[in-house]
Design a protein around this ligand. Sequence first.
Ligand SMILES: Nc1ncnc2c1ncn2[C@@H]1O[C@H](COP(=O)(O)OP(=O)(O)OP(=O)(O)O)[C@@H](O)[C@H]1O
Ligand SMILES: Nc1ccn([C@@H]2O[C@H](COP(=O)(O)O)[C@@H](O)[C@H]2O)c(=O)n1
Length: 229
Amino acid sequence: MTEGRLIVAIDGPSGTGKSSVSKEVARRLGVGYLDTGAMYRAVAWWAQHQGIDLTDQVAVAHAAETIPLVMGTNPDDPRVSVDDIPIDQQIRTSEISEVVSAVATNLAVRSTMKKRQRQLINQIAEATGGVVAEGRDITTVVAPFADARILMTASEEVRMGRRSKELAVDAEATRAQIVERDAKDSTVAQFLTAADGVITIDTSDLDFEESVAAVLGAIEASTSAIAGH
Ligand SMILES: Nc1ncnc2c1ncn2[C@@H]1O[C@H](COP(=O)(O)OP(=O)(O)OP(=O)(O)O)[C@@H](O)[C@H]1O
Ligand SMILES: Nc1ccn([C@@H]2O[C@H](COP(=O)(O)O)[C@@H](O)[C@H]2O)c(=O)n1
């Protein structure tokens, strides 16, 4: 831990419970929270809002550089706004879920996001004493220096079940979207298997509370190991 600041990085495929568990862990630790997926969703929404064709890599990269994005980092109310417009609902539609990978596989966008996310992680940690940041490449690219690095996984069946329960839609209807999104996203980020030094937590057989406890346990183990050195 750097000067008493705790940085926790959590990655994993769609529907494993990263966002909900990370928010709860941040709450219990009394630190800030960063949803990096929301940042990619915001760029997709903003580019479309401006009439940009998402296959136009240069225009989308420019949108990622210039987006007036403000990320809320309070785990109780992590609001996302662009140009002072709250866009929390707009970025979580299935339309955005379907197109967000086109933005996330644009390497110029990833480079811009990495810089912004790293900056935010340091700012949040400075302001609140720590941060739980979650996404697809936080343990490996954005914050490989994190004090605790965790990969949350769950079987495809379990992830589909959780997602369809949440959206109140048929499990089969979500299967294609989840599988397709993970396949596209995994071409640019390593979140299907753990990188060196990353602790895997399989939540397939865990309920929400057990998942939170497992993540808190992994953070405790990682920080004790650092302190022991
Ligand atoms: N361990 C768990 N047991 C049961 N349900 C869970 C568990 N963890 C999360 N959930 C539920 O699963 C759903 C999906 O969780 P969440 O949105 O946090 O996943 P995610 O990994 O952030 O997904 P995505 O990357 O697609 O945004 C939510 O409704 C959440 O409450
Ligand atoms: N570190 C990250 C985080 C997210 N993405 C991309 O954003 C999409 C939405 O993420 P959710 O967590 O809100 O589902 C995701 O499908 C990826 O395309 C990313 O590339 N890197």
